[in-house]
Design a protein around this ligand. Structure first.
Ligand SMILES: Nc1nc2c(c(=O)[nH]1)N[C@H]1C(S)=C(S)[C@@H](COP(=O)(O)O)O[C@H]1N2
Ligand SMILES: [Mo]
Length: 252
């Protein structure tokens, strides 16, 4: 993916400013509280650990800003995504009635949920911003089922430390820690601005993680799994993003 982001430079700068002694102290605190991000290795690793640990200690319970209805963007920008594959098109032709979200891993009752199943759980809406690492953003109303409702329904086990989630376009996936997975604004989103979630915005089902950059809000979700380690997925860095020089933890 693209070149190294501006944020990455800022993160690295922050690490440099903190100095070696500061970094060592931060690293110590981070280890003590188990706040080591999966992309902690490599040259940006210490900066990633510092950012993630500091944010988690200071802002664990913070809310992403919510906006008044009057600020909903008139023409929200749908980013280019890979053209939906044949599996997606077949499901789309059937009005997504066969769309399923499989939920497994560290849960007591693995499940395969249809869109009506998700809608039958408690539903919430939020008016929040999608901010891309490339600099653009828009505000929309997102209607969905908070991820915590799904995790409660399947009986998330206490050993779970992360939730990894996967798009039907299989090369796109990501993960979040339990702080974000259980956060009230993290939604499995199926509605937008009073209608169904359009395909261009990730319909029929998209993860919305409004406390982090847009790339964590993965479109076309068909699978999620609760896990105590991210090492077994992809290159073990928590998502595809760190493979391209972006941070796994993308808090804003
Ligand atoms: N499946 C999938 N999800 C994705 C992407 C993608 O290419 N494929 N792009 C991500 C990125 S980089 C951003 S910034 C947002 C863009 O969301 P939007 O199309 O609603 O603007 O979607 C994210 N989710
Ligand atoms: Mo993005």
């Amino acid at each position: 993916m693209k070149s190294i982001s501006r944020r990455k430079f800022m993160t690295t700068g922050l690490a440099a400013t903190a100095g070696l002694a500061g970094l060592a102290a931060a690293d110590h605190v981070a280890h003590r509280y188990g706040l080591i991000p999966p992309d902690h290795g490599g040259i940006y690793g210490p900066g990633e650990t510092l950012t993630y640990a500091a944010q988690r200690l200071l802002t664990r319970h913070s809310l992403a800003r919510e906006f008044p209805r009057s600020m909903i963007s008139k023409s929200p920008f749908a980013n280019e995504t890979a053209p939906p594959n044949d599996a997606f098109k077949r499901l789309q032709a059937g009005g997504f009635s066969d769309w399923r979200l499989s939920v497994d891993g560290m849960v007591a009752r693995p499940a395969s949920l249809s869109l009506p199943d998700l809608r039958s759980l408690p539903v919430r809406s939020q008016i929040t911003e999608v901010a891309c690492e490339e600099g653009w953003s828009y505000i929309a109303e997102w209607i969905g089922t908070p991820l915590i409702e799904v995790l409660n329904a399947v009986g998330i086990l206490p050993q779970a430390r992360y939730v990894a989630y996967f798009s039907i376009d299989s090369n796109w996936w990501d993960s979040i820690d339990m702080g974000d997975a259980l956060h009230p604004q993290t939604f499995l989103t199926w509605g937008m601005n009073d209608g169904d979630l359009p395909v261009s915005f990730g319909g029929p089902l998209r993860m919305r993680v409004p406390r982090q950059l847009g790339y964590k809000s993965v479109k076309y979700i068909t699978h999620l799994t609760a896990t105590d380690t991210l090492k077994k997925f992809g290159k073990g860095l928590g998502s595809v993003e760190p493979e391209g020089g972006y941070a796994w933890y993308a808090g804003i």
